[in-house]
Design a protein around this ligand. Structure first.
Ligand SMILES: [Zn+2]
Length: 275
């Protein structure tokens, strides 16, 4: 059976439902039914309190052929894995704008590789409206560090991917934020430099896995008393472009748009006895 694939824009209504806040005004997607029913069962009708979103650039299912262990490790960790589809054109700012507005590129307005500030409401805005604190940790000048500026949230631009992990760990332990979005880019950098299946690229994908494992451990320790979600959610995949002689993405071919997102949802420890 061919698995149902949801648009990456479905992340926003899914998180809104779990947090118990309204959808952003231009959101056109609906929440992912499997995650909602799982969330309801797992949290016994209670709302999500904290969330870490780890978004490594370009870690698509195309990597399954050269790095199957990455996916089996993620699968072991996660409670649910959900097949997703990027939006087209499958470029990072287009994809992240859809992921965090719940809307298609025609609605949020980023339709090519460009980084204007998103003008419509985002997940971050409706969370802020509900009194929740949001942090975005990403390498400075990256898409994610740029297109969500001018909002009521805390920005932590960093010099490199390693600083993203270190800063994210500090924020997770401090416990002041309800949603932390951590973005890394080494694999995407490498695939454009060599190709998506090169040894250096595969190593970069493993570095993202290590970073995720580190943040996963940190959250599981630091957020025990909260109902929490850890989400592994890349933006798009990539393919080898024979004309360019290196990796690329942006098209609607399967390697560029087929990705899997992984959800780990945990009930607060000290609340486990509660009805
Ligand atoms: Zn790229």
């Amino acid at each position: 059976m061919i698995p149902v694939r949801y648009s990456i824009a479905a992340i926003t209504p899914t998180l809104c439902a779990l947090f118990g806040v309204r959808n952003p005004s231009a959101c056109t997607e609906i929440a992912i039914p499997e995650i909602l029913s799982f969330g309801n069962r797992k949290l016994r009708g209670k709302l999500l309190e904290k969330c870490l979103i780890f978004a490594p650039d370009a870690i698509g299912e195309h990597l399954l052929s050269v790095n199957p262990l990455l996916f089996s490790r993620l699968n072991q960790l996660a409670d649910r894995q959900i097949p997703m589809l990027s939006v087209v054109p499958s470029f990072t700012p287009v994809c992240f704008a859809s992921m965090f507005t719940g809307a298609d590129p025609d609605i949020h307005g980023i339709r090519k590789y460009e980084k204007p500030v998103v003008q419509i409401e985002t997940l971050f805005d409706v969370l802020a409206e509900a009194g929740k604190r949001v942090a975005i940790v990403s390498v400075q000048d990256s898409s994610i560090a740029t297109i969500f500026q001018q909002r009521d949230l805390d920005y932590y631009p960093t010099e490199n991917d390693l600083q993203v992990i270190i800063r994210s760990e500090t924020l997770i332990k401090a416990g002041k934020h309800d949603l932390i979005l951590s973005y890394q880019q080494e694999y995407d950098d490498e695939l454009h430099h060599s190709d998506p299946y090169s040894q250096a690229a595969v190593q970069a994908s493993n570095n993202h896995l290590e970073a995720f494992l580190r943040l996963h451990r940190c959250v599981r320790r630091a957020w025990q008393k909260y109902h929490h979600l850890i989400l592994f959610s890349p933006d798009h995949g990539a393919h080898y472009d024979a004309l360019l002689g290196r990796g690329m993405h942006g098209t609607d071919r399967p390697e560029d748009i087929e990705i899997t997102h992984f959800y780990t949802l945990k009930k607060a420890r000290w609340k486990l006895w509660q009805k």
